[in-house]
Ligand binder design. Structure first.
Ligand code: UDP
Length: 505
């Protein structure tokens, strides 16, 4: 344990106290840091569990929080890499060299429990609520042992949560054996078709049964569920999910809206060199309003060279201005991909067509720049919400996990997306599968349609702006997410009062 990075004062100890346990993956940790700030802003004390490598990555956010008066304490536990058989330093899903290591990674998470238990009641005050990512099933029994409420945090859309629960309850995957046989999503007011391959999750794979069942059991036992969404975005999904689970479901997003200033938007998740961020800003400042496409596939998806060239050629054929984020691992120098990307990037900059960002981009900053008029996304839920908040329509290109279902929500329910046409899921491990490569024609067509100034394109833009406006209202005082967050804090307060009145722990 590297130690507490903030001291908890006696005054702060009078507040309801939450322990937050995020899954160590950027798409789960970033929104949970925002959640910690919102809870602390709302009058709670927060202990945020992390590990040394992860703390180093969110250091800009930690520094910003510590410079403010927010009562959030970051606790670094030792990540059990060695016990899990993972290479040293692999403390985050996006640091794993091979997706075959996902399973040992997730299986190692319960090993954090004993370290945390030693601290609770000693260096960490007894919490009034534990909010853990759904993959930390072990947090459920720890909460029971401490006699405190356990609340699950789900990262994906409620549309995904409701659909996967219905698929499970209707035993659809027991009936449909073929990967690409279409079926209609059950219990929805609108007809939406999917294929098995697009809804299968890691936890549905053979050998994941134990972990899957533990996660289900933790969810069944949970006192409530918080989701990064808002009531006005997917109202019927949220209502049906409440009925289906019979639980308190608190939509408290879009969590990214906690970051109002440029500085905090630029520093979410990973340190972005100031020069890089300023270069992007200057380049965007010189472009016309709504003329640039932003292309990024989140923190985990990896594209092989065969796919990168199709994207590049598709963009060139469409003739749009762009900012495209590629992973260091996709374009390592000296490799065929590295050389191709270097040439493409130089040519694009020289001709003022676009910028290729290698590594991590300040996504919220880019999306909220007026020059950005479209977002080609892998449909990670955070990315979708961030685009909605910026009022930017999307070209949807799901890769795996919740992303195909998120795509259906964006395209078929909300009407703010153009599908690129990806049919086959690609995990990092099978990224070379030839049939999964989406051709340049599809990429070009989707971009042209996305940026189209006609009636259809205008409709998508208008709806995206309207949802963005509703998202902002949801987070304002009196808004639905604001009230839901208050509900979570009051729930913990109720527990604290009962504990102080009747229980000695
Ligand atoms: N992100 C970013 N810069 C990047 C890549 C990702 O800021 O270059 C952020 C993005 O804004 C989002 C998160 O990382 O908040 C990715 O989460 P998402 O759910 O979209 O996708 P995942 O990474 O989980 O697949």
């Amino acid at each position: 344990m590297a130690g507490l990075t903030t001291t908890i004062t006696a005054a702060a100890a009078a507040k309801p106290h939450f322990i937050l346990i995020p899954l160590m993956a950027q798409g789960h940790m970033i929104p949970m840091v925002d959640m910690a700030c919102l809870l602390a802003d709302g009058g709670a004390l927060v202990t945020f569990i992390t590990t040394p490598v992860n703390a180093a990555r969110i250091r800009p956010s930690i520094n910003r929080i510590q410079a403010s008066s927010l009562p959030i304490c970051f606790v670094e536990l030792r990540f059990p890499s060695a016990e899990a058989g993972l290479p040293p330093g692999c403390e985050n899903l996006d640091l794993l060299p091979d997706s075959k290591l996902n399973k040992p990674f997730v299986e190692s998470l319960p090993l954090l429990r004993s370290q945390l238990e030693l601290l609770v009641g000693d260096q960490i005050p007894i919490p009034d609520g534990i909010i853990s990512d759904s993959k930390h099933a072990w947090a459920s029994s720890m909460a029971r042992k401490l006699c405190v409420p356990h609340i699950i945090f789900h990262g994906p859309s409620c549309f995904y949560l409701h659909s996967t629960l219905s698929i499970k309850r209707h035993k659809i995957l027991d009936r449909i054996k073929d990967e690409f046989e279409p079926f209609v999503l059950p219990d929805l007011p609108q007809r939406i078709e999917m294929v098995r391959a697009q809804v299968e999750r890691w936890v549905d794979s053979p050998t994941w049964e134990k972990l899957r069942d533990e996660c289900y059991a933790a969810e069944e036992a949970a006192d409530g569920i918080v989701i990064n969404t808002f009531e006005e975005l997917e109202p019927w999904c949220i209502e049906m999910y409440r009925k289906a689970t019979g639980k308190k479901v608190w939509p408290i997003g879009p969590l990214s809206l906690y970051n109002r200033e440029m500085e905090s938007r630029a520093r979410r998740g990973n340190e972005v060199p100031v020069l890089e961020a300023e270069k992007l800003q200057r380049w965007l400042d010189e472009r016309d309003e709504g003329s640039v496409v932003f292309i990024s596939f989140g923190s985990l998806a990896r594209n092989p060279i065969a796919q990168l060239t199709e994207i590049g050629c598709g963009l060139e054929a469409a003739g749009v201005r762009f900012i495209w984020v590629v992973k260091e691992a996709e374009v390592e120098s000296g490799t065929e991909a590295g050389k191709w990307m270097e040439e493409f990037s130089e040519r694009s900059e020289r001709e003022k067509k676009g910028i290729v960002v290698k590594g991590w981009a300040p996504q919220m900053v880019v999306l909220s720049h007026p020059a950005v008029g479209g977002f080609m996304t892998h449909c990670g839920w955070n990315s979708i919400l961030e685009a909605i908040c910026a009022g930017v329509p999307m070209a949807t290109w799901p890769h795996f996990a919740d992303q195909f279902l998120n795509e259906r929500l964006v395209v078929e329910v909300l009407g703010i997306g153009v599908p690129v046409g990806a049919m086959v899921p690609v995990k990092p491990a099978d990224a070379e599968r030839k049939e999964a490569v989406v051709g340049r024609e599809k990429v070009g067509r989707a971009v042209e349609k996305l940026m189209d100034g006609g009636e259809e394109g205008e409709g998508r833009r208008r709806r995206a702006r309207e949802f963005g406006e509703r998202g902002r209202r949801a987070m304002e005082e009196g808004g639905s997410s604001y009230e839901n967050l208050k509900g979570v804090i009051e729930y913990a307060c109720g527990h604290k009062n009962r504990r102080n009145g009747h229980l000695k722990i």
